[in-house]
Design a binder for this molecule. Structure first.
Ligand SMILES: Cc1cc2nc3c(=O)[nH]c(=O)nc-3n(C[C@H](O)[C@H](O)[C@H](O)COP(=O)(O)OP(=O)(O)OC[C@H]3O[C@@H](n4cnc5c(N)ncnc54)[C@H](O)[C@@H]3O)c2cc1C
Length: 329
């Protein structure tokens, strides 16, 4: 591992200033992504600034929203009684990820900013436009079984790996940040992660040195009937091949409104808004859910080894909505 300086500050703006001042500086939270990637030379920061002393470890609950500090661990968020009660999709998504030990270390801010598990991104000898702009993409014609079918470009097909982010996308969370100069802003979750397009190395809508301070999730009464379904190669300690986060608002057996997020199959946490709209006013039957799944995957582009994901995620969508419907009955 390349040598680096480790720094701690008490104030968020001091931490942001320290990172903003050096192009090769990075924030460190639980380290479950960053330290892994430093060990294999994919990330080589010269300075690492710890976010954990910054007092970003609170969950505040009001009647209208919950506010989650960026340094709250994945376990703390998933097991919080209000989250389990108001937003089961979020709790289920987090608990489907990684292992208890990793969830105890991993933070919410770090989860949002975790990097792709694409093996070519993680191999410094491979070509990867995301890691090294302009170097090419070995995944396009390589072993792309785990790769994305939505939001892809001719420069990158890396899958966004987070489960939690799919639930945050479906709940329309807002990511709050602070910059070195003390200015703050709120970024809607759907605008936070960027599809690769021509610039796969630009993954999120953050400036260098901009610190995530907290996430706000506004109340959504229908979210008490929400669900996360994850399909993977083994039942634990495995990333999604396909996943669906759903919210179902029913009036009898008619769909008043629905929300649909997809994971494991897209280059960013994916929101299938056209499919959501198609569900409004229809009977909550498996046939209706299948129609929505077809709409959600209409633009999917499969490659040699990942074509199976298109049918797999359609079935996951139908099952996730059916599970949510049954929970409501
Ligand atoms: C073996 C293994 C299995 C896993 N399985 C899953 C899985 O099934 N599903 C899933 O969703 N995830 C999975 N993960 C990923 C895991 O959830 C992430 O590694 C974790 O959430 C990252 O959080 P962290 O606090 O450790 O981040 P770190 O590693 O500390 O940081 C990650 C990135 O976020 C940046 N960062 C951290 N905090 C802030 C902040 N407040 N503001 C700005 N930047 C910040 C860092 O600079 C770094 O770039 C797995 C990880 C491992 C190692």
């Amino acid at each position: 591992m390349k040598k680096f300086t480790f720094e701690r500050f008490a104030r968020a703006t001091d931490a942001a200033t320290a990172v903003a001042a050096r192009p090769a500086a990075m924030f460190l939270a639980g380290g479950t992504t960053l330290v892994d990637l430093m060990k294999i030379d994919v990330l080589t920061p010269d300075t690492v600034v710890d976010v954990r002393p910054l007092r970003l470890s609170r969950i505040d609950v009001s009647d209208n929203a919950i506010t989650v500090g960026a340094a709250i661990t994945n376990s703390q968020l998933a097991w919080h009684p209000v989250v389990r009660d108001r937003f089961p999709v979020l709790s289920e998504a987090i608990l489907s990820g990684a292992t208890t030990q990793i969830r105890n270390m991993a933070t919410v801010g770090g989860n949002i900013l975790q990097r792709t598990r694409c093996p070519y991104f993680r191999d410094v000898h491979a070509s990867c436009n995301r890691r090294q702009p302009g170097s090419g993409c070995d995944a396009l014609d390589g072993f792309n079984r785990g790769h994305a079918v939505l939001g892809v470009s001719e420069h990158c097909i890396a899958t966004h790996p987070s489960d939690m982010c799919v639930a945050m996308a479906v709940l329309d969370a807002d990511v709050h940040t602070v910059r070195a100069d003390g200015t703050t802003r709120s970024i809607p979750f759907g605008d936070f992660h960027l599809a690769p397009g021509d610039t796969p190395h630009i993954e999120v809508a953050l400036d260098h040195g901009e610190l995530i301070t907290h996430i706000v999730i506004s109340n959504l009464p229908a979210a008490c009937c929400s669900h996360y379904l994850k399909v993977r190669d083994r039942a634990s300690y495995e990333f999604a091949l396909a996943s669906a986060a759903v919210v179902l608002d029913l009036d009898g057996d008619t769909i008043r409104a629905a929300r649909l997020g997809l994971g494991g199959i897209a280059t960013k946490p994916w929101r299938a808004t056209e499919a959501e709209q198609s569900l409004t006013g229809r009977k909550a039957s498996d046939a209706t859910f299948r129609d929505a799944a077809e709409i959600a995957l209409a633009g999917a582009v499969g490659r040699e080894h990942n074509h199976f994901k298109i049918e797999l995620v359609k079935r996951a969508i139908v099952r996730a909505f059916a599970n949510a419907r049954e929970a409501k009955v």
